[in-house]
Design a protein around this ligand. Structure first.
Ligand code: HEC
Length: 124
């Protein structure tokens, strides 16, 4: 739900706290807008320098996360660090992600649903 629409089951909207391009605030959008319906990312997004990465659970948690040349290495994600990426925009090495990735205002339940959903993307 959240992944595609930005709304949770109760019809409440999750909103970016900071970061992300400003069209996102004007027109709305959610994970799908940047990371794509299959979670694989890889398409350039308007006004973003970084190409949104593949955020399927198996990719994030695998040892061999693909990185562009010159990018800092960081350990694979786990559930906790994925949540940190979504709410605080930090990777597992504690480094900030590109500004294009919004920092989301989202409660713990919704966050759990969202991480579960990233796992479901693996099976599609
Ligand atoms: C406006 C575009 C945009 C939206 C909307 C967006 N993201 Fe991202 N996201 C990015 C970009 C760009 C990066 C890469 C940042 C970097 O590499 O520094 C990223 C990185 C990530 C990462 C870290 C991946 C990694 O390889 O380090 C996760 C996890 C993530 N996004 C999850 C989400 C989720 C969940 C949502 C919806 C709640 C979301 N994103 C919405 C653009 C977006």
């Amino acid at each position: 739900m959240i992944y595609y629409t930005g709304f949770n089951m109760n019809g409440e909207r999750i909103i970016p706290k900071s970061g992300g391009p400003h069209w996102l605030y004007q027109h709305g959008g959610s994970c799908v807008t940047c990371h794509g319906p299959d979670g694989k990312g890889g398409r350039a997004v308007m006004m973003c320098n970084e190409i949104p990465p593949d955020i399927r659970f198996s990719t994030l948690t695998s040892e061999k996360m693909e990185h562009e040349a010159g990018e800092e290495e960081h350990p694979p994600y786990n559930e906790t660090t994925i949540k940190m990426a979504i709410t605080q925009g930090l990777n597992p090495a504690g480094q900030p992600l590109d500004e294009c990735m919004p920092r989301w205002d989202i409660d713990e339940n919704d966050l759990n649903d969202l991480v579960d959903f990233l796992k479901e993307l693996d099976t599609q």
